[in-house]
Design a binder for this molecule. Sequence first.
Ligand code: FES
Ligand SMILES: [Fe+2]
Length: 435
Amino acid sequence: MTTANENEILTRVGAGTKMGELMRQFWLPVAKSSELVADGDPVRLKILGEKLIAFRDTSGRVGVMDHRCPHRCASLFFGRNEENGIRCVYHGWKFDVDGNCLDMANVPPTQDFKAKVKAKAYKAEERNGLIWIFMGVQENAPGLPDHEANLVPEEQMGINFQLRECNYLQAIEGELDTSHLGFLHFGSVGKGNFEGATFRSTVANRAPEYLTKETDYGAVYAAYRPAAEFEGKLNWRLAHFLFPCFALPPLAALDTNVALRGYVPIDDENTMCIILFKKDNRTAEDWRERNAIAGGDDFHNLPNTTDWNGRWRLKENRANDYLIDRDIQRGKSYTGIGGIILQDQAITESMGAITDHTFEHLAPSDKMITETRRRLIRAANAYAKDGTLPPCAANPAAFAGTRGGAFFTDEGADWLESYREIMAQAPIEARIAAE
Ligand code: FES
Ligand SMILES: [Fe+2]
């Protein structure tokens, strides 16, 4: 059970909050590279409750900084992105991507103090189509985390963003609770609907058992049930939580499933869901098949606006009940809401802007949710107490070689040993990309 105090620690992410300060000590993905054009329009970003602007300078470098000009707080969103810097249009002060003041245009040269003024800029890096920022103690910034899905060349990966209008925790917990699959997504279908053995097992037994384990980078869990097809075998679906707000979901067979989900808090009540998946034929085909079986169409992004929350909104949203079709719900789809991702979107937003977790009745099927909350609370408290961070914060390699996925074992086999054996044989993209 989650107490009111734990609920506060878990869900508040602004500056000065325990979870907010913990999250700031990790790199966070915030935009697609394609959103920023050299000398193009600055983009409003809100991350962990802070209002920022992002721009790409003439040389192609990315700058991300507090949107307030350090002179008198005019918004740099209205600035001119020109000649390797952004120039505030109020009095003409100009800043480079590192926040250095290059020009104090309205001050006589004899009184100029530009060397003493800095815009509050955050370190930004780009890798394979994704822009990451580090909002923590700037001199402590480690390398980007070795997430396999972001080490694969951009053209091989799908990168989707979607605004989710709720707290990050309830959003990411959808990845850590696999039993919802047999209801929310596949509640109306039986095993005859699926070609693959994994999903046949998933709907043949909708009440799996769970195992969890703490790891260096967060936590891992697996749900298991008897395999529907193979006598004496177990079917496993294994997934990871990675600090501070990432998950590796079991979308496909473990040996092929290169994927990552990020749930980056925009503020306490909004989250940017970032979905990376390998576009190879098998995974993409599997996904299309499953999405159709789940009953629907995919989600659709609305055109981005320049509002703080204007990026990557969905056409199907709370205001139109996600275009639920009650006739379809009486038939082939459990929800009548189109597609797996949209179903997750609708149901996690339906839990309120910030779920009051003290109201819940957690079940054995929520074992990984309990484990993850425990891990997050402990890390947030430790950082607040004496600045101790989980070792993975300073070690990008801690995240390497991890994947979610489905697999089969003999009854009685050790789940983590089996996982490691399959991974030892799998073509690890991260390793290949780095070589
Ligand atoms: S407020 Fe930006 S230059 Fe004056
Ligand atoms: Fe889901």
